[in-house]
Ligand binder design. Structure first.
Ligand code: R5P
Length: 303
């Protein structure tokens, strides 16, 4: 088995290689002055099962193109199989036509990954459980929820005198929050009713379905601008939450997200390393949990 890493999240590739007890195989990724990339495999891969780690958060287009080229280079060099570890699968939000005339971006991504030669995908906390259906190759849909459950148990034990509850910041997250509730022995959960204007992207909150507990654990799949989380936290506080902890698998962190989150009235923001958060984007409330052991376990299972 050979492990390769694209440039989007090399720290995760390093952690994964360590977990698997292998060296990272070298790639040459040359960037031309106009931004185009030339990719070259620097090791013999004939008849090897190859793993390529590449997260496709900002800039998603660039990282997808790089992934396509790495896979193509491996294929042309004789690799037996190529498994793409795409911890954050970009473009999954556009998985169907919401309004007439729209592209189905995820389908374009899926077709391209398959055509260039990806045989299998390992990914985390997809936007919906239906996302894998867009692909014609196996998709291992892993989850960081078990990591979050551990942390929530610790925090609940520490604050055992206060009532605790899980919160989904939108109706799309109900399944996730129910799953987590089961892992936590039936911890109560509520849902925030979030509305997003499809044209402007503006978010508003119209209701909270259920009783707000003193300690609220908001759980989402990703944080992009931070607007969803911060608005949900604001409403929970108005309705009596005393301490709010945020959990989100993918720290996409666009625009001003890190400042917004640091300034928000929340105790801590737990995310995973599915997306690399460089030093200048980290903030004191942020805690990063690693998914490398979960990926390594899955790779050992399937190889
Ligand atoms: C939306 O359906 C997702 O689950 C996230 O809540 C959303 O993408 C987060 O985006 P933002 O941080 O920009 O509000």
């Amino acid at each position: 088995m050979k492990v390769f890493g694209g440039t989007s999240n090399f720290p995760l590739t390093q952690k994964l290689a360590k977990e698997l007890g292998v060296e990272i195989s070298p790639l040459e990724i040359h960037v031309f002055p106009d931004g185009e990339k030339r990719v070259r495999v620097l090791e013999r891969v004939v008849d090897e099962d190859c793993i390529v780690v590449q997260s496709t958060a900002t800039p998603g287009d660039t990282y997808y193109m790089e992934l396509f080229f790495i896979v193509d280079a491996l294929k042309r060099s004789g690799a037996r199989s190529i498994t793409a570890v795409i911890p954050y699968l970009g473009y999954q939000r556009q998985d169907h036509v919401f309004r007439d005339g729209e592209a189905v971006s995820l389908q374009v991504i899926a077709k391209t990954l398959e055509v260039v030669g990806v045989a299998r995908i390992i990914t985390f906390d997809l936007h919906t459980i239906k996302t894998p259906e867009v692909f014609n190759i196996p998709v291992d849909h892993l989850s960081a929820l078990a990591l979050f459950a551990e942390k929530i148990k610790e925090l609940s034990t520490f604050n055992s005198q206060l009532s605790t509850g899980l919160v989904s910041p939108d109706m799309g997250g109900i399944r996730r929050i129910k799953q987590l509730s089961e892992m936590l022995g039936g911890m109560p959960h509520i849902e925030v009713v979030k509305n997003r204007d499809l044209a402007s992207g503006e978010i508003s909150i119209s209701d909270v379905l259920g009783e707000v507990k003193a300690i609220a654990f908001i759980v989402d799949d990703m944080i992009a601008t931070g607007a969803t989380i911060v608005k949900a936290a604001g409403v929970l506080q108005e309705r009596g939450a005393k301490e709010i902890f945020i959990f989100a698998t993918h720290p996409v962190f666009t625009q001003d997200a890190t400042r917004i989150l640091q300034d928000a009235k929340v105790e801590k923001v737990f995310v995973t390393d599915s997306v690399d958060v460089p030093g200048d984007k980290q903030f004191s409330k942020l805690q990063i949990l690693s998914i490398a052991p979960l990926i390594a376990t899955k790779i050992r299972d399937i190889m």
